[in-house]
Design a protein around this ligand. Sequence first.
Ligand SMILES: [Zn+2]
Length: 303
Amino acid sequence: MVRIFIDPGHGGTDPGAVANGLKEKDLTLKIAKYARDFLLNNYSGVQVKMSRTSDTTKSLSARTKEANNWNADAYVSIHINAGGGTGFESYVYPGVGSSTKNLQNDVHGEVMKVFSGFRDRGKKQENYHVLRESKMKAVLTENGFIDTKKDAEFLKSESNLKKIGEAHAVGIAKHFNLKKKSSSPSKPKENTSTGTYTVKPGDTLWGISQKYGVTIEQIKEANGLTSDTIYVGQKLIIPIGGCDVREFKVGDKVKIKSSATHYATGQTIPNWVKGQTYTIQQVKSDRVLLKEIISWVYKKDLE
Ligand SMILES: [Zn+2]
């Protein structure tokens, strides 16, 4: 397990640099969270701890102590510059070894891609507390100038903050050679799907689940749904259900299962119809037409 300590600069009573309607402490927290989330969602073998996850006051020594006690493998401190310049720069402690410089190179290189329209101010060295007092390799980034209009406009975009955070994550992952997770947890796994269904007016999750012989929970899980709400035009992945949908051909002899409740056209199936043998006259995607009773029945309701 690689342990990454991410430190969003400032917080609480210390806003950091303030200009153009922006506060450094807010920007650093957002970037740090995007970095953390990207690491945890996309890579395995990594743990992340943050010096703060909300707008709280925390001393520099409390931050480095926490990282040291946790035995972090890297300390990444995120800041926004001020003083009238423009662009991106990064820092390590003066005289550090090649391992720390490599971390700086990897993070700097990735974040600079996001700042491609801006000045690369270089990989620098400075005697900053968090770089000096942290026992592990440490890098500090200064992500644009809050008091320069061009930089501030760039930092006002949430999607840019996300890109900056994710670039930090990619740089860290590169440095530690973190393995990419095989599939992102938010996306349904392809090997469990049998196809997609486009929601039509009047559809309900219950109706769709009945059509395909799967449970509402299985559909929700396959599509990452947190509620029962679906909308017209939505494409749903239909997972393999508990009951097998066998192949039906015209001329096949079938029976309607006793568990069946409704014809594909919506009417209730009377009990006396079940258990008798019928001939398939026509086959459509999820249903068949039974010759003797001239009724459309869902495939899942046949045996
Ligand atoms: Zn700062």
